[in-house]
Design a protein around this ligand. Structure first.
Ligand code: SF4
Length: 145
């Protein structure tokens, strides 16, 4: 159910369909971190045939209790699992953060959306219409992670 009050800029919904550009997998300042939920860590560890501890040791860092994919020392800021500039090397097991792009709380301010996300991501404006309710459910679920 939508909250009362001013309508958000996305009240008529937003069309989005991933175009496989890989742009959301490359570093863009504060968007550079891929944070992992506990379920992400477990799913990715299983995907690589590792224990959770081994996966964390090999691929993760943590800060303030949040686990994220660690860049190797020679990294350019792109995700460690990005292959060939636009292909996710772990797509079937990819983290929740990657599944919910571009509907992240920090993206859903009108200015940010129009100035940064819309012009940056070629999937915006394409494909299926995501309703306001659907977008708000995605946002709420991220708050609970
Ligand atoms: S895990 Fe995959 S989808 Fe997520 S940022 Fe890395 S390459 Fe992109």
């Amino acid at each position: 159910m939508s909250k009362p009050g001013p309508k958000p800029f996305y009240h008529e919904g937003i069309r989005f369909e991933c175009q496989g550009s890989g742009k959301c997998c490359t570093s863009r300042g504060s968007y550079g971190f891929v944070y992992l939920t506990q379920s992400d860590v477990k799913r990715l560890a299983d995907h690589f045939g590792l224990s959770v501890a081994q996966f964390k040791k090999q691929y993760c860092g943590s800060k303030d209790g949040r686990v994220f994919l660690m860049d190797p020392p020679e990294a350019n800021g792109d995700c460690i699992f990005l292959e060939g500039g636009n292909r996710c090397g772990t797509y079937v097991a990819r983290p929740e953060q990657c599944r919910t792009w571009p509907f992240w709380p920090e993206n859903m301010k009108a200015k940010t959306w129009r100035r940064e996300i819309e012009s940056y991501c070629p999937g915006v404006g394409k494909g299926r219409l995501h309703t306001r309710e659907e977008i708000e459910t995605i946002l709420r679920n991220q708050e609970q992670d």
